[in-house]
Design a protein around this ligand. Structure first.
Ligand SMILES: O=c1[nH]c(=O)c2[nH]c(=O)[nH]c2[nH]1
Length: 302
């Protein structure tokens, strides 16, 4: 190399995205004396013609993350929050169609549920329902939509109808076989809708959520289990079979082990009655169930 030759470039900009994370927005609908509440945590990621901001210092293509946050609040007022999915779709469409430099938007929403205190109708008092967190992730590139909705922290337990035996053994295997154990897990599930274009009418997001959640719980409760893997497949297959608008579901099921406590030192029997609920380590059982003919598109890791 001569002194005048510029050195070979060794670095190159790869995938990049930017936006505002965790915009907490609470929307109240005042229907006379009856108030309704939506409580969301919204994260927006934008990508597109963003080489300059990384390479040259020009911010000309940068819609500020501050404006992104403001848009979330303004849209909550202007459009309301019919569902987490509908709200995310509104936002993604806005960013991609209004800013030439933005070619793709990903909007993630977590939704926290509140129950009414007092009569089912009426009132303005709520108690946070700690059951589970609802999630959605909407992707839009100006043409195609991808909506992956889900839930996390849904804790479930079967106190019987679970066995685990006949497993492979090596020199480190000490686990005893069991014909009756507690099966407990904290369900994290993400399901991808077939809907992907404005040419089709979108699913009824709220109803679909309730339906999928119901199928997950029914399949967990109704499956006589020989492993958490088998239960996982049963839960996913139930959703795919019963929800025509869903093409793919991915489940992550930590095995919340419940170990029988040895009470023999105290002269007591323990006939599957007293358990130690361990919090770690835990088995982690994960898998995807697809509609026949559908391609996998939910990322394996998040
Ligand atoms: O349902 C289970 N699946 C496993 O793969 C496993 N491994 C283990 O130790 N316990 C269990 N339980």
């Amino acid at each position: 190399m001569t002194a005048h030759t510029s050195p070979a470039r060794v670095a190159r900009l790869g995938q990049n995205q930017y936006g505002k994370a965790e915009v907490r927005v609470v929307r109240v609908v005042r229907d006379g004396a009856t108030h309704h509440l939506k409580d969301l945590n919204v994260s927006v990621s934008l990508s597109g013609a963003m080489d300059d901001v990384h390479l040259s210092g020009s911010n000309a293509n940068v819609l500020t993350t501050d404006a992104t946050k403001n848009t979330v609040y303004a849209f909550a007022q202007k459009h309301g929050v019919q569902s987490a999915e509908a709200f995310a779709i509104h936002l993604a469409r806005h960013f991609v169609t209004r800013q030439e430099a933005i070619h793709r938007a990903r909007v993630r929403v977590e939704e926290y549920a509140w129950d009414r205190i007092g009569p089912r109708e009426g009132g303005h008092s709520f108690v946070r329902d700690a059951r589970e967190t609802r999630t959605t992730e909407v992707g839009y590139d100006g043409t195609r939509w991808q909506v992956v909705s889900g839930l996390k922290d849904l804790v479930v337990l079967n106190s019987t109808d679970s066995e685990f035996w006949g497993f492979a053994r090596d020199e480190y295997t000490t686990l005893e076989e069991t014909r009756d154990r507690i099966l407990a897990t904290e369900v994290a599930a993400r399901w991808r809708f077939a809907w992907n274009s404005d040419d089709q009418s979108p699913p009824a997001w709220e109803e679909e959520y309730a339906r999928v959640r119901g199928h997950l719980l029914d399949a967990f409760a109704g499956t006589y289990s020989f492993s958490l893997q088998q239960t996982l497949y049963a839960m996913g297959a139930r959703v795919i079979e019963q929800t025509p608008g869903v093409d793919e579901i991915r489940l992550s099921l930590p095995n919340r082990h419940h170990f029988l406590v040895d009470l023999a030192p105290f002269g007591l029997e323990n006939d599957n009655e007293v358990y130690y609920a361990a919090d770690r380590p835990y088995g982690l059982i994960e898998g995807t169930v697809l509609r026949e003919g559908a391609e996998a598109a939910i990322p394996v890791t998040d």
